[in-house]
Design a protein. Structure first.
Length: 161
């Protein structure tokens, strides 16, 4: 902002010491510091106020653009009328109908294969979950709800002996 070099700063200090004197220098520096702080606060308030004004102006501009775009869409597609599909570029309009039909069949076939693969993956994952839950139950031992097979076997062994 200000281009004050080392020599200019040294010259300012020497002049300040000669004019103000070393006895009143701390009071003078304190006063200058307060004024600089007040100026910074004022500039920050100005900057935040200016930024909020710019932000509000941008929002108003965007709202007017959105309103105009919404009105255009509502004019093009009135209520109750079926919305016509706009060309997406996926199938060029100058393509022969036979080629377009072939591409649609290929896309449908790919879609069906993806669905089948997803179902198989879900079934395999469910099977893995079932197998892992059975393994964890076997490692944990019988649950409190299930009867323990060992007490039934113990009386039979006692009867045999």
């Amino acid at each position: 902002m200000f281009d004050i070099g080392a020599t200019e700063l040294l010259l300012l200090i020497v002049v300040a010491i000669l004019v103000i004197g070393p006895k009143d220098m701390p009071l003078a520096l304190r006063t200058v510091g307060r004024w600089v702080g007040k100026m910074r606060k004022l500039s920050n308030q100005f900057r935040t106020g200016f930024d909020s004004i710019v932000r509000e102006a941008e929002l108003e501009d965007m709202e007017s653009k959105w309103k105009a775009q919404n009105e255009k869409i509502m004019r093009e597609h009135p209520e109750g009328a079926p919305a016509e599909m706009e060309p997406t570029g996926a199938y060029p309009s100058d393509m022969p109908p036979e080629k377009a039909e072939e591409l649609r069949r290929i896309a449908d076939k790919d879609r069906e294969q993806a669905i089948i693969a997803a179902k198989e993956a879900a079934a395999a994952e469910e099977g893995d979950l079932t197998a892992s839950s059975a393994e964890s139950r076997a490692e944990a031992g019988p649950s409190p709800d299930e009867p323990d097979p060992a007490p039934d076997a113990a009386p039979e062994q006692a009867k045999e002996s």
